[in-house]
Design a protein around this ligand. Structure first.
Ligand code: ARG
Length: 458
């Protein structure tokens, strides 16, 4: 008979058993479930809700079940529905009536809410440690490329000279925000729901703070209806992971572009590229493409969770069983993507000369030429127009601003003198952008040091 079978006269249709069972995926919560039950049993014993010896036997047996599971000695039964009832069934098989006392003052509704919070807390720490490694690798690459001049783009058109360090440190800023968002999500997940019961708490004198303390939670939920029906923390996590995936995906897109023959800014290591089954010359950025593609999967998980929750009346509804696969899939995806992403970037070759030459074409120093005029008394709008004419002249004569003669400059504006050449050297253009937040070598070195301090702090 099912653990809840008392009021039923017929057994469940066997396909229905299969349909509503979640053991195939929620078995990964076994550790959280057992740890939570051990804390619950300890509290029941301490409060005299069940006999001390019973509480002790339950705790001891649960630890044995955990060890057996870890040794692969336990098989689950789909008919027992989910991880909670599978473990309870095994407990009862082993210690009979004493085992039946564990579920006193508890419901699977608060039990599952507890398990998933515990799971997410652990995973957030793991993802943060992967992300910290990514940031440290990026900061290191930046320190090797403080002098690596490349074109910065807007509209994917060459715009102004920057450095590769500046570019890659933009991603460190994104990752720092992702890291902070994970910390923030952790805070709201770190709230203990057990004691909410099915929805209206319980009549037993539970010590909820004790359970929270045993399990390392820093607070307890304050409304039992919310305690069992809140999945905000799942949505927050997957939303945070979606933003993180978006950042990975944007850089992957750049890697894909930069490794093309058209750009050739970088070359991926053989270990992180693949060939074609028909075209012998091909070296494809498949890993970057897959990460970009998998971003869609994580967004899908987020939309799934939002849609699953939007119409649910309080309190628990079985719809919420669908939360787990979405959360697991998002967590698994990010944990696969981050190490591949990081290693792919860490091992790629940066073609510094190609980047530098790309900066020379496309008039990336045109703004600096205009700024030179401004510094020599020309109003900015006039300067803009003069340089625009010079650019047009260069396009028509297939040359660039660096290679014009002084006569050619002066033919368009008599203000020009030979100091303009030094002012529009791309090295100078970068160094001159010494505003906080800019690409100058001086500022970038400071930022790298700030980041190193941040990594020591987190
Ligand atoms: N397997 C269920 C879930 O994941 C556990 C809670 C079930 N509660 C219930 N009353 N059916 O949400």
């Amino acid at each position: 008979m099912k653990l809840w079978g008392g009021r039923f006269t017929k057994s469940t249709d066997s396909f229905t058993d299969h349909f509503h069972s979640s053991i195939s995926f929620d078995q990964r919560l076994y550790q959280e479930d057992i740890t939570g039950s051990i804390a619950h049993a300890a509290m029941l014993g301490k409060q005299g809700i069940i006999a001390k010896e019973d509480a002790e036997l339950i705790q001891k047996t649960l630890k044995e079940i955990l060890a057996d599971m870890e040794a692969g000695k336990v098989t689950f039964d789909e008919k027992a529905e989910d991880i909670h009832m599978n473990i309870e069934t095994i407990l009862i098989e082993r210690i009979g009536d004493v085992g039946k006392r564990l579920h006193t003052g508890r419901s699977r509704n608060d039990q599952v809410a507890l398990d998933i919070r515990m799971y997410i807390k652990t995973e957030i720490k793991e993802i943060q440690s992967l992300l910290k490694n990514t940031m440290m690798v990026f900061n290191q690459i930046a320190s090797e490329n403080v002098e690596t001049i490349m074109p910065g783009y807007t509209h994917l058109q060459r715009a102004q000279p920057i450095t590769f360090a500046h570019h890659i440190l933009a991603y460190v800023e994104m990752f720092k925000r992702d890291y902070e968002r994970l910390t923030d999500t952790y805070k709201r997940t770190n709230c203990m729901p057990l004691g909410s019961g099915a929805l209206a708490s319980t009549t037993y004198p539970l010590d909820r703070e004790f359970v929270a303390e045993q399990l390392g939670f820093d607070s307890i939920t304050l409304n039992s209806m919310d305690g069992v029906s809140d999945r905000d923390f799942c949505i927050e996590l997957v939303s945070t992971l979606s933003i993180l995936m978006m950042h990975l995906s944007r850089f992957c897109e750049e890697i894909i572009l930069w490794s093309s023959h058209e750009f050739r800014f970088i070359e991926l290591d053989d270990a992180y590229s693949t060939g074609s089954s028909i075209m012998p010359q091909k070296k494809n950025p498949d890993m970057a493409e897959l990460i970009r593609g998998k971003t869609g999967r994580v967004y899908g998980n987020l939309m799934g969770l939002f849609t699953m929750m939007k119409g649910l009346p309080l309190a628990y509804n079985k719809d919420m069983q669908e939360d787990k696969e979405a959360v697991f899939s998002a967590v698994d995806t990010i944990k696969m993507c981050l190490p591949v992403f990081t290693a792919m970037i860490e091992t790629m070759t940066v073609h510094q000369q190609t980047m530098y030459h790309a900066t020379k074409g496309g008039f990336t120093n045109a703004t600096d030429a205009a700024d030179w005029l401004v510094k020599n008394g020309v109003p900015f709008r006039d300067a803009h127009a003069i340089i625009g004419q010079l650019v047009l002249y260069c396009i028509n004569h297939n040359t660039n601003l660096d290679d014009l003669t002084l006569q050619e400059y002066q033919a368009i504006s008599p203000v020009f003198n030979e100091t303009v050449y030094d002012a529009i050297r791309v090295e100078k253009c970068v160094a001159a952008r010494n505003v906080k937040g800019g690409p100058s070598q001086e500022y970038i070195k400071k930022l790298i040091a700030v980041n190193d301090d941040y990594f020591k702090m987190i």
